[in-house]
Design a protein around this ligand. Sequence first.
Ligand SMILES: C[S@@+](CC[C@H](N)C(=O)[O-])C[C@H]1O[C@@H](n2cnc3c(N)ncnc32)[C@H](O)[C@@H]1O
Ligand SMILES: [Zn+2]
Length: 407
Amino acid sequence: MIERSFKADFPTENITEGAVKLLVPKLKAFVTSPSEYAPSKAPVFYNPVMELNRDVAVLALQAYQRRVNHEITVCEPLASGGFRGTRFAAEVEGVRKVIMNDINERAVHMAKHNVSVNRLDRKAVVKNKDANLLLSSYAAPRKRFDAIDIDPFGSPVPYIDSAVRAIRDNGLLALTATDMAPLCGVHPKACIRKYGGKPLRTEYCHELAIRLLAGCLATMAAKHEIGTEIVFTHNVEHYIRVYATMRYGAKKTDEALKNMGYILHCFKCFHRENWAGLSVIEHQDKCSECNSKLSVAGPLWIGKLVDADFCKLMDEENSERRFKNKEKIKKTLDLAKSEVDAPVSYYVVDRLCDTMNLPVPSVKKVAEALREEGYYAVLTQFNPKGIKTNASAETIKRALQKALFQG
Ligand SMILES: C[S@@+](CC[C@H](N)C(=O)[O-])C[C@H]1O[C@@H](n2cnc3c(N)ncnc32)[C@H](O)[C@@H]1O
Ligand SMILES: [Zn+2]
């Protein structure tokens, strides 16, 4: 109750997000030039653009709760002003307890205020510790969480080990990564250091980024004999998200590791292929289409990036809610469902047209042209101009011309 009379020593404002009222830093007061990144200028980190990320997190948590069908405990160890954790406590049915935490004392005061204003004091607790310390104190068997949401600055990797130790068998682990430069191959050495896999600067680098993060999680969890099952992933320009259920046991772990491998890419003709397994790669290093040298990404996750049933549950939840981003989320979920069985990686129509000096046809028409020839071809949530298909790069180029010629 004391926190309701909380007065921040910096400019703030009241907003509504999802079903909660939130006190947030008034970002306009902290920027002196338009090029500045406002969220990190305020004494408490708040990014309004991440509302969609928080909406999807609410849907995933609710889908998970429906699936397990019992009361759940949730931890958000990097919670800032409690904008996400407060929503979990207020908007997700079946949540028994939410533990929020942040190392920044001012963020903790703001989070306590947000909990109190939304009358969630009995459900939500806010702590002021280092995230790894907090998670470690919940690593004992009966203390573990059903769900943990890691939403850090940059990479979630420094928190994965403690999160895996603090998650219950079959618990839900959600990870955000915003360090897209390493993950998308601009700084490959940094990616190898952090994620243990080699990135590639290809047109489908965002999917590769998700696969590198998922692969890193699977191999880190494997050390604890915990298997990773990816249930949902998504990408919005400057960040990626991975949701996984974590299954205890050597057998589950071995099954999960079957999803690890490499992606081989030809920068000359766009051809790509997978190599399953973590053993030293003995693949051909020449492209089977044009004989150029192949480049390698990985080790990374080459398995499915979404679980169709989990996605369906999220979709059902989304249709019940009045999120500002409802339509956008619906589109992402529909695409995600349609590409469940699609091959790894996608082709970007614009890129192919560039190299062929062609105008850009409609991506839907190219996919149709491929399907007419008997190939699997679907659009992808990762790029509005992307196509996932089992057709070769050469076949896609022919389909491009057909799509242009027909209209
Ligand atoms: C990206 S913000 C979190 C945003 C929040 N999850 C949301 O949805 O709005 C990252 C937060 O991590 C906190 N942080 C950074 N290092 C930390 C650590 N070692 N332990 C706990 N919190 C930490 C920062 O103070 C910051 O508030
Ligand atoms: Zn080639």
